[in-house]
Design a protein around this ligand. Structure first.
Ligand SMILES: [Fe+2]
Length: 367
């Protein structure tokens, strides 16, 4: 068995790294990309201006689930300004959008060309420095960008090595003010990335170790951070779990638990991480029933054994106040609404073959 781990981003991790941003960011023309102007974003803007002693061109207005229009507007600004680097500070949406803008700004075209059109940028976009204010998506260290494409009115992903940020500056201090509902949802997104990456067909000995470390860190710190959001130990543990999950799933991709979550979040306003978590336990059991060996380390990292995995996961969801079933959240679509989703691309990453009945049973169990 051999492993090839691709990785394109330098990571700076630790407390106080945000206040030393000026040391990491080269001098020169810089565009700052921020969210759409929440109090948190405004506060960040002031802090960044006081830390970075330089002129900044600022693009604010990245919305949650960023649209292709926003990304194309940012791309045009970048093409005009020709920055030496781009600084993105915010959650996964801000960083996803900035990654795409940096490619569009340098190489031109529309968002549709690179997503549904399959256009490949010849090399990276403008160098991007990414500072996450939420853990979870790990966008600051992955080569993915997810946007809503106006042409089809749906979310699409763009995956290309050109999207790797040049550097991620990850300071757990920025997550201390994250509201508790988002803390819980992003915690389950991290856990889902780590678990799905572990059993992904594309996993290897290196990514699996990273997944296991991420799972055990979430187990160790999620309940703690929910009990005490100001705990540096627990906030740091979750930020670190996000790094390990990101390193793992940027190489392996996720699996059907992510596919199943998309119609749920489309029809309700349930946060992404909570929607994915519903099917982790049932999928674990189904993979095991199909004869897949090798889940034991995963169960162990989660503090249990293979038989107990699903219940242990339910216990954690209950303990932090997350919904434990799809029926809890007012989803009206039923099993067949979810079955109508095209799951083929992430199904390819599953370690065993599942037919429609298997899928239907996993979804039914999650209701
Ligand atoms: Fe996710």
């Amino acid at each position: 068995m051999s492993s090839v781990l691709n990785f394109g981003t330098s990571i700076v991790f630790g407390w106080e790294t945000f206040s030393r941003l000026d040391e990491y960011l080269p001098k020169g023309r810089t565009i700052l990309v921020l969210g759409r102007g929440s109090a948190r974003d405004l506060n960040l803007k002031k802090r960044i201006e006081s830390i970075l002693h330089r002129e900044l061109e600022v693009f604010t207005g990245v919305e949650p689930n960023p649209s292709s229009e926003t990304v194309e507007r940012g791309g045009r600004l970048m093409a005009e300004f020709e920055p030496e680097q781009v600084l993105a500070v915010g959650g996964g949406s801000v960083i996803d959008a900035a990654k795409f803008m940096a490619v569009l700004g340098k190489h031109g075209g529309d968002a549709a060309d690179y997503t549904i059109g399959g256009k490949k940028p010849p090399d990276g976009g403008y160098p991007l420095f990414a500072v996450p204010t939420t853990p979870g998506t790990s966008s600051e260290i992955t080569p993915f960008s997810v946007i809503t494409l106006k042409e089809i009115g749906n979310k699409v992903g763009f995956r290309d090595p050109a999207l790797y940020p040049k550097m991620a500056i990850i300071d757990p201090e920025l997550t201390v003010t994250l509201p508790m509902d988002q803390t819980i949802a992003t915690g389950f997104d991290i856990l889902s990335h780590a678990i799905e990456s572990f059993w992904s067909r594309n996993s290897d000995p290196i990514t699996r170790q990273m997944s296991l470390r991420s799972v055990s860190l979430v187990k160790e710190h999620l309940q703690g951070v929910v009990n005490d959001g100001s705990s540096r130990t627990h906030r740091e543990g979750i930020s670190l779990a996000s790094v390990f999950a990101g390193l793992a799933f940027s190489n392996t991709g996720t699996t059907i638990c992510h596919s199943i979550s998309y119609p749920i979040t489309y029809d309700t306003d349930l946060p992404h991480g909570l929607a994915v978590a519903f099917t982790l336990g049932p999928t674990f059991d189904r993979i095991r029933e199909k004869g897949f060996k090798g889940l034991e380390p995963l169960a162990k990292a989660f503090g249990t054994d293979e038989e107990g995995f699903k219940d242990e996961l339910m216990d954690l969801m209950r303990a932090v106040g997350a919904p434990t079933s799809i029926s809890d959240i007012g989803f009206k679509g039923g099993v067949e609404r979810i079955m109508a989703t095209d799951m083929s691309s992430l199904m390819k990453n599953m370690p065993v073959d599942l037919d429609d009945d298997d899928l239907r049973n996993i979804i039914k169990e999650a209701f």
